[in-house]
Unconditional design. Sequence first.
Length: 721
Amino acid sequence: MIEEIKYFNNLEEFLKSSLQSHQTLHIELRQQIQNKGASDLGFGLSNCTNLSNLILDLNENEIGAQGASNLGSGLGKCVNLSILTLHLQLNQIRDKGAQEVGSGLEKCINLSNLTLNLNNNKIGAQGASDLSSGLGKCVNLSNLTVNFGNNKIGAQGASELSSSLGKCGNLSNLTLDFGENQITDKGASDLGSSLERCANLSNLALYLGNNQIGNKGALNLGFSLEKCLNLSNLTLNLGYNKIGAQGALDLGSGLQKCTNLQNLTLNLNNNQIGDIGASHLGSSLGKCTNLSNLTLDLTFNKIGAQGASGLGYCLGMCTNLSNLTLHLQYIKIGAQGASELGSCLGKCINLSNLTLNFYSNQIGAQGASDLSSGLGKCINLTNLTLYLQFNQIGALGASDLGSGFKKCSNLSNFTLDLEYNKIGAQGASDLGSSLGKCVNLQNLKLNLTNNQISDEGILDLSSGLGRCVNLKNLILNLSHNNFGATSVQVLGSALENCTNLSILTINLDLNQIGDEYPLSLGFGLRMCTILQDLTLNLKLNQIGYKRAQDLGFNLGKCTNLQNLTLDLENNNLGADGAKNIGMSLEKCQNITSLNLNLWYNNLGADGAKNIGMSLEKCQNITSLNLNLWDNNLGADGAKNIGMSLEKCQNITSLNLNLCYNNLGADGAKNIGMSLEKCQNITSLNLDLWQFNQLSIYIQFVLINTFVKLKLKTNGFGELID
């Protein structure tokens, strides 16, 4: 029988409960309980003598050494614990607190699963050493996760903690996070030596980023890993260190001897491995013939075409790969490197999931063409993600890319980011034609920001999208492409065919839509009758109140919408435009989350009233983000908005931006008094920046509002300049 999990988020309620009856317990306290609360909690836990499974979530509670001491003492009396998860990140327990936590843990001799999160606690080498003493006595542990990130344990602390691991001979699953602790080569080497004694490890994750580890540390880690013969899953994060070509060679030599490895995530971003290191690393990975899942991050490593070629050649030997993620951002592999990688990928015919991030690599049209040729041979791909921003591929490169991915007839999920590539109208047209042949697509994310597409390109692109009739989720970014209202009309017509869409994001900001022609995009939206989540960005298009009326009329037909984000910043809507948008919202009665950006639209007090009156009729909204920055609302506008919010009693989360609106003291007072009546709000961010020097009295009114609402989260810090 599954034991019932008892959950508490209030300390007093826990202390009043039947403590000895608890067996499985989850306590989550986010109320700044400090030392006193932690001590009381420890006392309560000391009476939970039948506990076998405990989750304690105490992050960001200003707990110091004394609180940690009493908490550890309480845990030490829970001798029947077999599973413990303890989150103490972002407190201030320091060395003394870490020692006391360790003292408590050493008495929990029946622990088999332990997760200990001490991230950001100002713990040094001594604290790590004392804690390790306790961990070393938990000899029955099979699953251990320890997060010491962002402390100051140094090489000595890492060595002490590592030595305790060698005593936990039953470990099969281990996760260690020593990120940003300056453990250096010595700490990494000692950690490796300890891992050699964990002969039963099958799953290992080491997060050692930003630790001044060089070639020697990489050498010793690699040497130790090769002795972990049972490893099947390995995550190794060595980003932001000082590993060069020799370190990459030695690390790879160790990895290639882990013959049972099936899943590998290796992060070496921001090191110095260069072309030679990349080639050596690739050579080693090519010998890991049992790999089915590989994630490799070599971003910022001064790798060029030669390194990419060597890496790609060897990856082509990993013919059992089904999932591959390759991050090579900012390394200038050029056309030759992209060509070699593409050629090798074509040999990985079992790939079903592929992610390539070649951001800013100067691959050009030829590189894109050769890359696509390889992709075209990966006929089993179902999920494909390509990040090719800032690569100068042009129209020809975009066209050839399309020729490649259209052969992947099994694609159901596709992300293509070609931002800033000058593909022009022809490139967009050819992409659209290829997309139209991917008839099995269900999820598509397409970013063509700043590509000089113009109206001509939108025509064929839209036509292709209209043939993807199985789409359920579409994210389309066409920002800054110099097209007008006719393109929007064509796009709207294409959407009429995508009747299976439930999630839609369209970004059309910084184009030239204007108010001359009807905004018929909305007509396409109304045909998507099962649409539940819509994000529409028309920022900086000067659509005016008439086109807002077109949009609003059709939005009102999307009656199944639950989540709506509408960005109409700087569109010259005026009060009438606000009214038109508001009237459409009234008809979408299923909306629970609304994000409405009306920044700089000259709404005035009347516009605020129009929006407010419509919001009053949307009684299902629980989360509201309303941006009315720079709309000349004045005190009356603030009053209008405030009075409407008073009537929206189901809102629990509110972000309200009224900056640059000449509210004055009366306007601020009106808002404060209205919000005070919104008793169900638990999260409030209120931004009234620069509204004419608050008087002491008005500041008091606003602060009093925040106090009376008893908010879980608030943004009072943004109230004043």
